[in-house]
Design a protein around this ligand. Structure first.
Ligand code: ADE
Length: 241
């Protein structure tokens, strides 16, 4: 059972997300608990403020150590060797999220996901209370809530028993190899004049596997040559994911 807590000023964003599809299934099955906590519940002042103007000037606001650090410590304990929970902050300044990181998180200790808003977090929050900073890509969103959802969705589908068919994890992009998936088809066999490749309907599984391998390679070379370069530079025993 993986425990995931979320610290946010918009807990209501997580309502339907936690009630839908694999995230709901994982919770129902007892593979995960996921709970969103309102940071403003830890605010001390009349306005329940969580941010302030940046020292040195500049646009936007910065999240203050009060109330964020007490909130993190209430949910995850103080930072240090005795802390049992991994505290992850979603920020464009973080390390890129990868399939490998998702797998490590799915297998690891309880998580507290801290969703930043505004221009960022006071550095002392990161120094005193955060274990790891993670980015979901080289673009800037308005807050860490959608990145936290991306992380949760990526994690829960890796928890034992959540996906009906673990083979679908094995063969998909980034897991067990560095290739993108090739094209997929289902019924009908002809749609608006476009046919399903004959070989996929042949029943010849060796030929189908070979066709899929070739197409995965072609697509990866065309769209993401960087993945092939990475795969070449790693050992066979250590595929990128
Ligand atoms: N918060 C805002 N943008 C983000 C990103 N790209 N990744 C993670 N957290 C973010």
């Amino acid at each position: 059972m993986l425990k995931i807590d979320i610290l946010t000023i918009f807990p209501e964003l997580f309502g339907p997300f936690l009630e839908t599809a694999f995230v709901a299934l994982a919770r129902r099955q007892g593979a995960a608990t996921v709970a969103a906590h309102d940071l403003r519940g830890w605010a001390q002042d009349r306005h329940r403020s969580v941010d302030d103007t940046p020292y040195g000037g500049g646009p936007g606001m910065v999240m203050t150590p009060e109330p964020l650090i007490p909130a993190i410590e209430a949910l995850a304990g103080a930072k240090g060797p005795d802390r049992k929970t991994r505290v992850v902050c979603l920020t464009p300044q973080g390390q890129p999220l990868t399939q490998r990181k998702l797998a490590a998180m799915a297998a690891g200790p309880p998580l507290l996901l801290v969703c930043g808003r505004y221009e960022g977090l006071d550095q002392r929050i990161l120094d005193l209370a955060i274990d790891e900073e993670v980015s979901i890509g080289d673009y800037v969103l308005s807050g860490g809530e959608v990145p936290a959802m991306a992380l949760i969705e990526g994690i829960v589908r890796l928890l034992p028993g959540v996906l009906g068919n673990p083979r679908s994890i094995q063969t998909e992009s980034f897991q067990g190899g560095a290739l993108l998936e090739g094209p997929q088809y289902t019924r009908p066999p002809i749609y608006r004049g476009l046919s399903v490749p004959e070989i996929l309907r042949s029943g010849d599984h060796a030929a189908i596997d070979e066709w899929r391998r070739k197409n995965a390679h072609t697509r990866t070379r065309e769209r993401r040559p960087d993945l092939l370069a990475r795969a070449d530079s790693e050992t066979a025993a250590d595929p990128i994911e």
